[in-house]
Design a binder for this molecule. Sequence first.
Ligand SMILES: Cc1ncc(COP(=O)(O)O)c(C=O)c1O
Length: 388
Amino acid sequence: MFDFDEVIDRRGTHSQKWDGMGRYGVPTDTGIPLWVADMDFRAAPPINDALQRMVDHGVHGYYGNDTTFRAAMVAWMKRRHDWDIDPEWALQTHGLVNALAMIIQSCSAPGDGVIVFSPVYHAFARIIDANDRQLVESSLVIRDNRFHMDLGSLESTLTGRERLLFLCSPHNPGGRIWDVDELRALADLCERHDIILVSDEVHHDLVMPGHKHHITAKVAPEIADRLITLVATSKTFNIAGIETGSILIANPELRKQVAKARAAMSISNNRFGMIMAEAAYEAGDEWLDALLPYLDANRRLFAGSIAAIPGLSMMDLEATYLAWVDFAGTGMTREAFTARLCQAGLAPSEGHSFGPEGELCMRFNLACRHALLAEAMERLSGAFSDLQ
Ligand SMILES: Cc1ncc(COP(=O)(O)O)c(C=O)c1O
């Protein structure tokens, strides 16, 4: 019904992923991009149909009433996550990194600490630094091939100047789904230290078969007053270019505080983003339900290939399409294995950009056609064939 195997040439389309891989020294005409977190698939038909209706209408003025968007989002959260949200909770943003900037500016002062669990999505550190806040990195610990938070160690280093904690849930990179107990323990820590918990759940629809995501707001309702949840259609439906997301805040005072920063930056709703996101929330289920098994098949193909290369190991992917591969077992330096990947025309994301713990790791984006991933895997095993 949906052809995820369709060959769509994204070169020369202002695609960051396809047209920008030259930054790794990988040629854009023959390279395979496995970095930027978007997918190579055509968006779900209801989204493109909504866009087509806009084109047919032909007038693209300011976007007004967002009631139908809010209703579609509320219904999605209920239908997909059994989560009751109030339409009043939402503040629209120009993407979720924009949301993080707004939250930093409204809920902390320059010099205050913002905690992240490292390695983590690199824009967290970038936006904290850009706003002159103190980046507080709490290293994730690896046990049983999974990331774990070390809350004891984090707590022992707190100074009292930490105002915010950015949680990536599910976690990028590595695709870890946090357990209910872990989320509760984290909520408890935030409560005891008067920290606002920001749960970035942009990947929460991209869950591998057999796994279940836990919405922080549902498992830790006791911290509703200090909880901010970030959601979007951008990753789920491969429409990241719309740069549109939502901040959900149940506490009206806290919402007012963040809304003030939104107003100060003059953020208003983007017509294309709002209409495409509404269509996704309204009618994207079938496409998403078909996508997830396709991604899961890619996950299995990838995991099998990695397991066959001595020295490489991969974290089990429970959610997201962003696999975390450790090259430490090769005994090579970062420069040495990166040069081999580049020589093979492969462009994954460099692990160290997610934090110092990622020095000997790479993040691979698996959201492409099976055939392209298979070719990438052939190149990868060829690049390390001397180890086999
Ligand atoms: C955890 C997380 N948050 C936010 C984003 C990006 O959000 P946006 O493009 O809406 O700014 C990403 C992109 O990969 C991500 O992984």
